[in-house]
Design a protein around this ligand. Structure first.
Ligand code: FES
Length: 117
């Protein structure tokens, strides 16, 4: 695992996901409504827009452009128009640091779109 510091835990709130770039990969760091922090690919699979400019609702991040809501656990869109998932990256919290490993996206193939197994 090659985890890289993405930001501080205090840099990300439910109201404000944060876009970071790690090894040339745009990642959206998102705090869900329960307070857990997630890392998903920042580029919407429907259009070339930044998901970190979207809206958190529970465990989803809604694209501001056309409303597809992506699961923060699986990266799958739960509604159209997007139909392809974004990658989900492992997050480790070390003190106040949010560490993200973009080299090992989480294998979500055994999960349902909403994150249930
Ligand atoms: S660009 Fe994200 S849903 Fe259309």
């Amino acid at each position: 695992m090659t985890a890289t510091r993405a930001c501080s835990t205090t840099d990300v709130s439910v109201a404000e996901p944060r876009k970071v770039e790690i090894d040339g990969i745009a990642v959206s760091i998102v705090r869900d409504s329960a307070g857990d922090i997630h890392a998903i690919g920042d580029r919407c699979t429907h259009g070339d827009v930044s998901l970190s400019e979207g809206f958190v609702d529970g465990e989803t991040l809604e694209c501001w452009a056309h409303g597809s809501a992506f699961s923060l656990r699986t990266g799958h869109p739960l509604n159209l128009p997007a139909y392809e998932p974004v990658p989900v990256y492992p997050v480790t919290i070390d003190g106040d640091d949010v560490l993200v490993d973009v080299t090992n996206p989480i294998d979500v193939s055994g999960l349902m779109a909403d994150g249930r197994s």
